[in-house]
Design a protein around this ligand. Structure first.
Ligand code: NAI
Ligand SMILES: NCC(=O)COP(=O)(O)O
Length: 352
């Protein structure tokens, strides 16, 4: 276990206040306070109330943004978890969305990015927000992934989810699924997949698995887009015209990228045990498999950013939030924090 004085600092954006984000953020930060200095970003009064209802022994310490801007993050021991106040616009009713709070949720992301870039935080971990509510608040928004790319001026990022299969199964293994496209209507997916774009996605996966996950030579298996990977062009030509040339070019750059394979049969242990990552072409091609195999233990990671960002494998679970505290599983949030810590260590090691 790390010494209290060397605990990395992680910003946790607490997400949609009417969802389970605030509860799982507090629970996970408190449970892991010996290993990590978690700084919760959200409405301080609401978080204090939530913490007191979860466990009156939870101790929060207020930090001012101005103090951080002037002098960075002060040293904190593990007796408390820190909070930076980002005030909400409206009273929270658990389970009930209110667009009046949408901009405050976005402000927590902006602050986490500022702090990660300024060196206050070693990484950021995001609790789930409700994408539609940000849009209802008047801000075009399709996800953290795209928003963080924009806010950091990053042209291309990659969404990757990672999880362990059920611990009690004999062939327990780590599964990582990256996506060539993120939050896009299905009708726009084919046009969004280009040789150059796919090449950039593969380069980012290869680079980040090396530098942020400590892998020497990542093995990437790539799905096709169409049924049976296009059936030699009879069920679509994207595999022939776009995916295969992009993979040939990646291999010529020294990357172990293989495929395209039919997506419906690729997800079997005999293939996955010989790979570090599967690259799927779109959200609902790859993520249902990952979530079926690892829900509650999975982590969402944004590759390609100039900072470390992880998140949970689930959404706001308004049904659970509306039913009261104590319903939500915070396993994925804890795993998101653990993964961020591992990435911090791997990145430091790769820079030595
Ligand atoms: N990283 C993020 O910010 C993400 C945000 N979302 C947002 O969440 C909203 C709701 O998405 P849904 O598709 O309904 O998925 P959801 O993950 O919120 O809920 C799906 C089901 O899983 C259960 N569930 C989710 N998290 C759980 C937990 N920690 N413990 C126990 N059960 C849990 C829920 O009760 C529900 O039955 C979406 O509108 C989307 O905007 C979705 C995914 C990721
Ligand atoms: N299904 C994963 C997801 O929607 C996560 O999106 P993001 O908000 O992390 O970009």
């Amino acid at each position: 276990m790390r010494q209290a004085s060397t605990r990395p600092a992680i910003a946790i954006t607490t997400g949609e206040p009417a969802g389970i984000g605030p509860e799982i953020s507090i629970r996970a930060a408190w449970a892991m306070r010996a290993q990590v200095n978690c700084v919760l970003l959200g409405d301080a009064a609401f978080l204090a109330l939530t913490a007191s209802l979860i466990d009156p022994d939870i101790k929060l310490a207020a930090l001012s943004v101005q103090a951080l801007r002037n002098g960075g993050l002060p040293q904190f021991g593990p007796a408390r978890i820190c909070v930076i106040d980002v005030p909400l616009g409206a009273h929270v009713v658990p389970g009930v969305l209110d667009p009046a709070n949408g901009r405050a949720v976005l402000a927590t992301l902006d602050l986490a990015v500022e702090g990660a870039r300024a060196g206050w935080f070693d990484a950021m971990v995001t609790a789930p927000l409700q994408k539609s509510t940000i849009n209802d608040a008047g801000v075009a928004f399709s996800g953290h992934t795209e928003y963080l790319a924009e806010q950091t001026g990053t042209a291309q990022v990659v969404m990757m989810l990672a999880g362990e299969t059920a611990p009690d199964t004999p062939d327990n293994y780590a599964l990582r699924v990256a996506l060539a496209t993120t939050h896009l209507p299905l009708k726009d997916v084919s046009a969004a997949i280009t040789r150059a774009g796919l090449g950039r996605v593969i380069d980012i996966i290869d680079h980040d698995l090396k530098t942020k996950f400590g892998m020497a030579a990542p093995r990437i298996l790539v799905t096709g887009l169409n049924p049976h990977a296009g059936e030699n062009g009879y069920l679509g030509r994207e595999e022939i015209d776009t995916i295969t040339p992009a993979l040939e070019a990646a291999r010529a750059r020294g990357i172990d990228a293989r495929g395209p394979y039919p997506a419906d049969t690729l997800f079997q242990p005999k293939y996955l045990l010989d790979a570090d990552c599967v690259l799927a072409m779109y959200h609902d091609q790859g993520l249902p498999v990952l979530k079926y195999a690892t829900f509650g233990r999975g982590v969402n990671i944004t590759l390609g950013l100039p900072l470390i960002r992880t998140s949970v494998d689930h959404g706001t679970a308004l049904d659970l939030a509306g039913a009261g505290l104590g319903q939500a599983d915070c396993g994925s949030m804890e795993q998101a924090i653990r993964t961020a810590l591992q990435m911090v260590d791997a990145q430091r090691a790769s820079q030595l």
